[in-house]
Ligand binder design. Structure first.
Ligand code: HEM
Length: 220
């Protein structure tokens, strides 16, 4: 029997994206941001990109909530759009929305999420996993750095995106999330496609970091 038939899907998807996870983590933008070497303008620009991504993930969540494949993943305590909007109002003032522009890579990322949302619920799960499980994990490291580097109040305006008030026990939540992945009601071939979509989701994230890195080179 080949390994994919016996390995839990949650392990498969994590292992398959491991290399790209390292690549995203080590992108110059992320490492400069986590190293405290970038100004708050870079953090604001990054947060703006996240708004487009989460709007794409969350604007159709009600329609998807009854879907047998994507529906079980949709949980109100994960929703980030309202938190991002509060952070952006803090970072950019009340006019933040008028100035909001997606980078080309962000627009492409959001468009792909929207495509999956409309036509391929299992593909949507790949995007859901890539963002929300990441936010519950590495996102907490980014929050700590942002608070320290730019002086945001702990878990306050500016970093609310990273605060999951409705999730008392993130480790237990992630465990349950992995159980949902393991029970995904699709066949093996479809699981392979979901893994591929997860790789694509990581690549889309890395492309956004690449453009942000060009906009905020350390030498500037
Ligand atoms: C510098 C930035 C990042 C750091 C420091 C970081 C760190 C981490 C850590 C510590 C974990 C926990 C691993 C575990 O529970 O075993 C994790 C998991 C994860 N991260 Fe990241 N991460 C970063 C960026 C990203 C990015 C950009 C993405 C994708 C958009 C991402 C997606 C994920 C996912 C999906 C998981 C869950 C893996 C699983 O258990 O299935 N991370 N990350």
């Amino acid at each position: 029997m080949d390994a994919s038939a016996t390995t839990p899907f949650s392990t498969l998807i994590r292992t398959a994206s491991h290399e790209q996870h390292t690549e995203a983590e080590n992108s110059s933008f992320m490492s400069d941001m986590l190293g405290g070497r970038l100004g708050v303008a870079a953090y604001r620009r990054y947060t703006e990109q996240l708004w487009f991504v989460y709007r794409a993930l969350e604007s159709a969540s009600q329609a998807l909530s009854a879907d047998p494949v994507a529906g079980p993943f949709i949980r109100p305590e994960l929703a980030r759009t309202a938190h991002l909007e509060r952070d952006l109002a803090h970072l950019g003032g009340s006019g933040w929305r008028a100035e909001l522009r997606p980078l080309p890579s962000t627009a492409a990322y959001a468009a792909r999420i929207e495509e999956c949302t409309r036509a391929w619920p299992a593909g949507y799960v790949a995007h859901h996993y890539t963002r929300y499980l990441g936010d519950l994990s590495g996102g907490q490291i980014i929050r700590g750095t942002a608070e320290k580097t730019w002086g945001f109040e702990r878990k306050g305006d500016g970093v609310r995106f990273y605060v999951f008030d409705g999730i008392g026990n993130p480790a237990a939540f992630k465990r349950e999330y992995r159980e949902l992945l393991d029970a995904l009601p699709v066949d093996e071939l479809e699981k392979q496609r979901v893994v591929e979509e997860c790789r694509r989701a990581f690549a889309l994230n890395t492309a956004v970091f690449g453009e942000l890195g060009q906009e905020f080179p350390l030498s500037a």
